[in-house]
Design a protein around this ligand. Structure first.
Ligand code: NAD
Ligand code: IPM
Ligand code: MN
Length: 356
């Protein structure tokens, strides 16, 4: 088998620090398990954008499709680029350009003490959010009239296509079916947005009929958010639109210990896909060796699973769970370890897993 090629884009702020730890884990597995991975790093982000005016270099999509199996990305966002243009070009650019229509965001409580809800066990907070990743208000259709005047008009269109809605719904149902999951909930705001989200309603009504063994239901997103907090144990799979999924996945992250523990995958099954922590570049934490690298490390585990290395993915998850249990954590989880020390501990633990 030829090498599997991994493009790594650390990005900005704490993205750089947490991706260094994820790469440390991958390097450990390459060394000790002979994983056939080849890592190529790209210095794309605010720094390069400010220096050279280049965000996503020309030809990037073709290069990824031709030369890479996966992308591991940190975070984009820098106070020196108030428009966030480079993030739109790079992060959203890759999601759209590679048609990564599935944004998979697992919400899994690793230790009950991290849940802000009273008396919730690990098994009661364990679900996955599927966020549509190529449409909605994110696509940039819209404009401004009379900009900068008191009469300014600003329009952002919420784009929903039959194909786009159907494929994310089907993916969520297929995920549930393949794992014997029984509960799926679709969230939208069709009561207020009857055109765009009416399409979600109609498509959902049709798709759910193909999965009679799954108890599927619909909740308006406001109620869904409330129910996630009131009783998260009722959810196994949540599927929703791009913007609503962005919000619900951060809410979910809070139920499971915060953004420092939340990984994600941007997928187009069968094609080059991208993996990233859900969190951003947290400029206030950058350069201080305090950011939690676990979300990035768990994203690398999702990446390995996608590449067919399920055993190694499980081993990473187990090592992270052990670090959590032994309080080898950064301050966001109540610990007093630095970013690098957490990465070192998990790497050492993985070396211990090795069968001689
Ligand atoms: P953020 O995720 O960077 O931070 C939100 C909060 O969570 C902050 O209090 C931060 O300190 C904390 N936090 C986040 N990650 C953490 C970690 N690994 N360890 C410990 N604490 C962590 O979101 P924000 O502050 O809204 O945005 C900052 C910048 O990041 C903005 O420019 C935003 O656009 C960008 N952003 C990028 C991505 C991405 O590239 N995927 C995602 C979200 C936000
Ligand atoms: C995320 C982020 C991005 C999003 C931002 C940085 C555009 O919040 O990945 O969750 O909204 O998709
Ligand atoms: Mn977000």
């Amino acid at each position: 088998m030829g090498n599997q090629r991994v493009a790594v884009i650390p990005g900005d702020g704490i993205g750089v620090e947490v991706i260094a730890e994820a790469v440390k884990i991958l390097d450990t597995l390459i060394r000790t398990r002979h994983l056939p991975l080849e890592i190529v790093t790209f210095d794309w982000g605010a720094e390069k954008y400010l220096r050279e005016g280049v965000s996503l270099p020309e030809g990037a999509f073709d290069m990824f499709r031709r030369e890479f199996d996966v992308i591991l990305i940190g975070a984009m966002g820098d106070p020196r680029v108030p428009t966030n243009q480079h993030a739109a070009d790079i992060l959203l650019g890759i999601r759209f350009g590679l048609d990564l229509y599935v944004n998979q965001r697992p919400i899994k409580l690793l230790d009950a003490r991290f849940c802000p809800l009273k008396n919730r066990s690990e098994r009661e907070v364990n679900f996955v959010v599927f966020r549509e990743n190529t449409e909605g208000p994110y696509v940039g259709v819209g404009g401004n009239l009379k900009r900068g005047t008191p009469d300014e008009v600003a329009v952002t269109e919420d784009v929903n296509t039959r194909k786009g809605v159907e494929r994310i719904l089907v993916h969520a149902f297929e995920h549930a079916r393949a794992r014997g999951m029984k509960k799926l909930c679709m969230g939208d705001k069709s009561n207020a947005m009857p055109h765009g989200h009416g399409l979600w309603q109609r498509t959902f009504a049709e798709v759910r009929r193909r999965y009679p063994e799954i108890e599927s239901r619909h909740l308006f997103v406001d109620t869904l958010a409330m129910e996630m907090v009131r009783d998260p144990s009722q959810f196994e799979v949540i599927v929703t639109s791009n913007l609503l999924g962005d919000i619900l996945s951060d809410l979910g992250a809070a139920l499971a210990g915060g953004l420092g523990l939340s990984p994600s995958a941007n997928l187009h099954p069968g094609q080059v896909s991208m993996f990233e922590p859900v969190h951003g570049s947290a400029p206030m934490l950058a350069g201080k060796n305090v950011a939690n690298p676990m979300a990035a490390i768990l994203s690398a585990a999702m990446m390995l699973e996608f590449l067919g290395h399920a055993n190694e993915a499980r081993q990473i998850e187990t090592a992270v769970a052990e670090a959590v249990r032994q309080e080898i954590t950064t301050p966001d989880l109540g610990g007093n370890q630095g970013t690098r020390a957490v990465g070192d501990w998990i790497a050492a633990r993985l070396t211990g897993f090795q069968v001689a």
